[in-house]
Design a protein around this ligand. Sequence first.
Ligand code: G6P
Length: 619
Amino acid sequence: MCGIIGYIGKEEALPVLLKGLTCMEYRGYDSAGLSVGDEQHAFQTVRAVGRVVQLTKRAAEVSLRGHVGIGHTRWATHGGITENNTHPHTSCDGKFILVHNGVIENYAALKEHLKKNGCTFYGDTDTEVLVNLIAWHYRQFSDISTLSKRFKASVRKALSELQGTYGIAVICTDCPNELIGARKSSPLVLGVGKEELFLASDIGAFGGRTKDVVFLSDGEIVHLQGNEFHITGADERALSPTVETVDWDTDVSDLGSYTSYMQKEIFEQPKSLENTMLGRFSADGSSAHLGGLQLSADELRRAERLLLIGCGSAYHACKVGEYLLERYARIPMEVEYASEFRYRNAPLSKNTLIFVVSQSGETRDTLDALHEARRKGLRVSAITNAVGSTVARESDGGVYQRSGSEIGVASTKAFTGQIATFLLLSLYLGRMREMSFSEGCRLVQALKDLPTCVKEVLASCDDWARTTAKKYAKCQSFYFIGRQMLFPIALEGALKLKEVSYIHAEAYPGGELKHGPIALIEPSFPTFVLASDPDMLSKNINNMTEIKARKGQVIALGIEGCPFPKDLCDDVFYLPKVHEAILPIITVLPLQLFAYYAALERGCDVDKPRNLAKAVTVE
Ligand code: G6P
């Protein structure tokens, strides 16, 4: 894991690959490499631990020429972060060069077999086993009439022996004007440009050079030869693929006037939320419609329960969705981590509607949960941001959140986009069930006002977040507490802080503080109290009193018109009084900015936090 790019075309491959790798940097990685060559130029590989800039420097030291190439950013799974483990990997006979995302589970047995047959290995990765397996079959297939057919047969044979997941791009030096790509449970997209073809794990890697794509399905193999491509299915039959034009910003490299993608994406939220809601309100102004769900009104009315599934921030958005849908649609709700759902085998009635939520649409755990639910005959809808992603294609329908490309590893605008989608769903379902016309109208108006409100809150809390983060950035631990819909926001606030500043942070429902966590409160251990829900005000004040009694510091987010006693908070920011349903979105804004400024204060790279990946495509 993490990002693949392949190129064959009229341009020199090196700059195209470097741009592709740069466009995928946001996914998180710890080393990068590429191989370039063609009929005139022998293939050469450069690899570097660290960032793509390091790789670019290395590549400049060697004269890399050629119109064919593959590149990779690696997020270590098998083997440490070393140059030897960095992709591309080359077979020991030097004939094959390969990049791979995924995990090969039976790599140890295959390695043993290859070693017995004379293969030598320089690193610890499962990928090096795969490239040697292809080379070994190539040697066995010496009777196949053409090198090109032999190349393809060897890749197909090797893949058939694998257990696990893969997205690959592979070069055979005997066929220097060709590339082969294949996928199984790991994304791979073919880009069709003018006299050029691409392979990538992410359409962002095309660097804006084409929007015409073919999304490969599991088991498919694509063979690129010059300007032509041929796709075959798992049964070896030739397929006639549809080239789709994606409505998605495929050039994501522009930072504009911002210093980081995280900052840019936080401040894009007024616009991204507007996009999420655009054209989705009903004409009478009391409801919403979500056509992509492909669920009839009857099916929705019959639903007895909704189960929401996601990972990381998407899971937190599901937790907000749980409160929203329960309150406004009056439907029994459950939320589950994707990784837990898959193995839990909970009894589920046929009238349970499942929603999987994933910004990238490629998270392995979420996809596995989707497959598990469908295997049991349940209908799965998706909420996703990435157009054409695997989650989008493999679900029974869904809603695109239209938040635009999110590059920062720590989710910000996609998280609020997911909550906005749940708000629309609450309206849609609510109006079919118990929500009155006037209640619907009030909620629609609140949602229409949301982008402006978000803009104002961001403008007013930016300085506060910067100053407060500076004051507390040296603290080693934080609590975040909130009640009801603000409990998942506390979880998200703590996650944001951990992800980008590496400060330890935990979140609890306000009422839980006294049941254990309070033991750690002391003057250097601050607590964020999310107290912007007026119904919970007295309960939140109780929390502050308990913390102050133990000499803890309180950073409070309150609501205008409900001032806290001055002696109960060390720092406070008052949010505007808004419709309760949009409180989760406006409350998370100061927390996103706090995490962002705390990370800057501690010298962290906010867009590429250590150890994290934007899309985790392994289990
Ligand atoms: C990774 C990312 C998180 C993200 C989670 C789910 O762990 O680092 O920021 O929330 O995956 O991602 P998804 O694309 O499925 O929403």
